[in-house]
Design a protein around this ligand. Structure first.
Ligand code: FNR
Length: 377
C-alpha cells in the first residue's frame, strides 16, 4: 500500500484519478449535485468552518477509534453509504466494497438500486452488510425486500426518506446519462476514451438492477430506470414508516433527516438510529449543510438513539469534525466510489486506509485519545 499512499495520498487525489479513468457520463453521475450545486458547496464550506483546539503534551498514544453501533463493533466510526448504480462507476464495485467492509470491519450499505443483490453481497460481507431501501409504493415489494434481506442474514435496514420524488441532476442530463446507458455515437466515443473501464465493463457486462429486476418484466429491461422510478415513487409518509417498523424486527435506520422535529418523530415511530444527511447535496439545493443540522439533532436525540452523519466527508478530519459535533458514526458515499473508480479492486481498502490514518493522525494532533475527547470550538 506504500506506493498507493504516495501516489494517491488523499480522497482528492483519487477523485482526480477517477475523473480521468471513467466515462464522462459516469463521472457526472457520481460527482454531481442538484440545481446550482450550492448545497454541495455549503456542505464543504461548513465542514471546513468547524474548528477544533489542538491540545499539547498529551504523550504517546494510539487513538482508540473503535465503536459499537446497534450491537456491532466496528474498527472505526465510519462506513460506506448506499450508492445506486455503483457498477456504472466500476463494474462490480459493490463486491469490491463488500470485501473491503468485511476485511476492515466497517459496514457496507448496499443500495436497493445498486447493481448486485443482497444475496450476492452477503457472500462477501456476511457480517457487515446493511440494506438500503427506498420506500416502494407497492407494500408487497417492501415485504419481499425485507424478507430477502433477512434470509441473506442482514440485520440492519436503512430506509431513505429524503427522496419524495427524484430530483433534477442537471449535469447528468447534460452529459447524456441514461439508465441503462444507451449506445449513441457520443457515449460510445466517451467509453472508447476510457479503455480500462471499457475492458472491465465488457468483461462483466452492463450494469443491471439485479435486486429490482425480479419486480419488473424481463422484456422491459430497457425501461429499467422508469420502472424503478415507478416502483419507488411512493411519496411515503409517517404511516409508511410504521409499516416498515412493524414488518422489520431488526435494526431500522432512518436516513435523510435534517430537522430536529423530524428526528424526534422518527424515533417516536421506532427508528433505532437516524442519519443526518442531505443526500450529498443531490436532492434539494436550498437545504442546510448537513453538518449545520447535526448539533441540534444530536442534542435533541441526546443518546436516545445513535446519530449517524453524512454529506460532504472527504477525509478523516471531516469525520473527527462530525464526531466533535455529536455524531456517533459517519457514512461516506462519493469518497469510496472515487477510490474504486480510480483503483478498481484495491479501491475499497485504500479509501479505508486513507480515512483511518487521517482520522488517527488528526486525533493525535488534537490530543484526543478517544472519540469522546473530540470537541469543536
Ligand atoms: C447517493 N446516495 C444514495 N442514498 C441512498 O439512500 N440510496 C441510493 O441509492 C443513493 N444513491 C446515490 C448515488 C450517488 C452517485 C451518490 C453520490 C449518492 C446518497 C448517499 O448514500 C450519501 O447520503 C451521500 O453520498 C453522502 O454524501 P457524500 O459522502 O457523497 O458527500
Amino acid at each position: 500500500m506504500t506506493k498507493l499512499n504516495n501516489t494517491y495520498p488523499s480522497i482528492w487525489h483519487l477523485a482526480e484519478r477517477a475523473r480521468k479513468r471513467i466515462p464522462f457520463f459516469a463521472w457526472e453521475y457520481l460527482d454531481s449535485g442538484t440545481g446550482m450545486e450550492r448545497l454541495v458547496e455549503r456542505n464543504r464550506a461548513a465542514l471546513d468552518a468547524v474548528r477544533m483546539m489542538p491540545r499539547v503534551l498529551s504523550g504517546r498514544f494510539a487513538p482508540n477509534m473503535s465503536v459499537t453501533l446497534l450491537g456491532e463493533t466496528y474498527s472505526v466510526p465510519f462506513g460506506i453509504a448506499p450508492i445506486g448504480l455503483s457498477s456504472l462507476m466500476w463494474p462490480e464495485a459493490e463486491l469490491i466494497l463488500a470485501k473491503a467492509a468485511q476485511k476492515n470491519d466497517i459496514p457496507y450499505c448496499l443500495s436497493m438500486v445498486a447493481n448486485q443483490t443482497p444475496e450476492r453481497v452477503t457472500e462477501f460481507a456476511p457480517d457487515r452488510t446493511w440494506m438500503q431501501i427506498y420506500p416502494p409504493s407497492k407494500v408487497e415489494i417492501l415485504h419481499d425486500l425485507l424478507a430477502r434481506s433477512k434470509a441473506a442474514g442482514i440485520k440492519t435496514i436503512v430506509i431513505t426518506v429524503d427522496v419524495p420524488a427524484s430530483s433534477t441532476r442537471e449535469r447528468q442530463l447534460a452529459a447524456g446519462l441514461t439508465v441503462p446507458p444507451k449506445t449513441t455515437a457520443k457515449t460510445l466515443w466517451r467509453m472508447a476514451k476510457r479503455p480500462a473501464w471499457l475492458r472491465q465493463t465488457m468483461a462483466k457486462g452492463k450494469p443491471r438492477f439485479r435486486t429490482m429486476e425480479s419486480y419488473f418484466p424481463e422484456d422491459q429491461m430497457n425501461e429499467a430506470a422508469k420502472l424503478i422510478a415507478n416502483i419507488v415513487d411512493g411519496r411515503p409518509d409517517w404511516d409508511y414508516l410504521d409499516i416498515v417498523r412493524k414488518a422489520w424486527d431488526g435494526n431500522l435506520i432512518v436516513k435523510g433527516v435534517l430537522s430536529v422535529e423530524d428526528a424526534g418523530k422518527a424515533i417516536t415511530h421506532g427508528a433505532d438510529a437516524i442519519v443526518v444527511s442531505n443526500h450529498g447535496g443531490r436532492q434539494f439545493d436550498a437545504a442546510p449543510a448537513s453538518i449545520k443540522a447535526l448539533p441540534a439533532i444530536a442534542e435533541k436525540v441526546a443518546k436516545r438513539v445513535p446519530v449517524i452523519f453524512d454529506s460532504g466527508i472527504r477525509g478523516g478530519l471531516d469525520i473527527a469534525r462530525a464526531i466533535a459535533l455529536g455524531a456517533d458514526f459517519c457514512l461516506l458515499g462519493r469518497a469510496f466510489l472515487y477510490s474504486v473508480a480510480a483503483l478498481g479492486d484495491e479501491g475499497g481498502d485504500h479509501a479505508y486506509e486513507i480515512l483511518r490514518n487521517d482520522l488517527a493522525n488528526n486525533m493525535i494532533q488534537a490530543g484526543a485519545k478517544t472519540l469522546g475527547d473530540l470537541t469543536a470550538l
